[in-house]
Ligand binder design. Structure first.
Ligand SMILES: [Zn+2]
Length: 110
């Protein structure tokens, strides 16, 4: 359900930026904790974009690193694949700042 409104939102932004031209590619940034979302977004896009300038557009997902905040020393940093500790003070009290969201990076139009 969340993916439905998310996709609607992405489509709205894409259409706003399309300037009445047909959208060919949609480039999205997706966090490392968003595994199941790609397929849902493609699925909803096909549905929602029907009859709009976004119909038939190709969705491209680019993975971005998760941004963490250390609750011990206050540092913010990108979490490496194999890390679960603060890279500065080795604390494990980390808060996820971003990483499970999906953002529109750019679109290509005809
Ligand atoms: Zn720290």
């Amino acid at each position: 359900m969340h993916e439905f409104s998310l996709t609607q939102n992405l489509l709205d932004i894409a259409l706003k930026n399309a300037d009445s031209r047909r959208i060919v590619n949609v480039n999205l940034l997706i966090g490392p904790f968003s595994d199941e979302r790609e397929e849902s977004i493609r699925f909803y896009w096909r549905d929602l974009a029907r009859g709009t300038l976004g119909e038939g557009a190709e969705l491209h997902f680019q993975r971005v690193q998760a941004e963490m905040k250390c609750l011990e020393c206050g540092a913010t940093f990108n979490l490496e694949d194999n890390g679960s500790l603060c890279i500065y003070c080795q604390s494990n009290r980390l808060q996820l700042l971003s990483g499970d969201e999906v953002r529109l990076a750019s679109i290509d139009v005809e």
